[in-house]
Ligand binder design. Sequence first.
Ligand SMILES: NC(=O)c1ccc[n+]([C@@H]2O[C@H](COP(=O)([O-])OP(=O)(O)OC[C@H]3O[C@@H](n4cnc5c(N)ncnc54)[C@H](OP(=O)(O)O)[C@@H]3O)[C@@H](O)[C@H]2O)c1
Length: 206
Amino acid sequence: MKAAVIDAFGPESMLEVREVPKPEISDDELLVEVHASSVNPIDWKIGDGMMGDRYGDEFPMILGLDASGVVVGAGANVTGFKVGDEVFGRSTDGTGKCYAEFVALNPGTVVPKPEQISHAEAAAMPLAALTALNGLKNFGALTPGQRVLIIGGSGGVGTYAVQIAKNIGAEVTAVCSTGNVDLVLELVADRVIDYTQQDPLETDAP
Ligand SMILES: NC(=O)c1ccc[n+]([C@@H]2O[C@H](COP(=O)([O-])OP(=O)(O)OC[C@H]3O[C@@H](n4cnc5c(N)ncnc54)[C@H](OP(=O)(O)O)[C@@H]3O)[C@@H](O)[C@H]2O)c1
């Protein structure tokens, strides 16, 4: 299969598309044909060498933590998914290995892809949206009616955080720069603070 690989950490870590062995799945894994993946900060940070060898140092290395695609194989112990299912999710295998034609995924970290979103839209979601969800629900224990300040409300994580917080029923104030104020309001934030005009931490709550 083809994959986009890096051969070193640091400035020379250019992605190169080349032939690599197709992954073999265990009895507990799904083999997914990747239709779309996405780029998160962690991907370029690993490539740049900013994470040291925390994710290993075996090259060629395949990055990419998010994928959306179609199930083409299922291990003997897998339940709930079958060949042909459209799924999306987050790889838990080190650097992810989703920048490839096929990836082995843990069925516990994928879900069926809704028909109304494309593979590209689905692949943009897992790590960024799960980060937002984890922060708001698991760490923040956000409940309906609470007020929440989302710094970086126009970013990869923040755009999901604004929507998830509103869905929980919180009152959302989001922070972004001038050019993204309309975007954040479209995501239905109750209030936006433009950090180029005001210090969000010095701004009185309404
Ligand atoms: N993306 C992920 O999946 C993920 C996962 C885990 C952790 N993280 C971490 O979460 C953080 C955000 O990641 P991201 O992917 O959402 O980044 P991003 O897409 O680059 O978004 C950055 C956000 O920060 C805002 N911002 C920039 N300078 C600011 C300032 N001086 N004051 C207030 N806001 C400012 C930006 O607003 P404007 O663009 O409007 O200027 C934007 O909303 C990073 O520390 C990242 O390492 C990300």
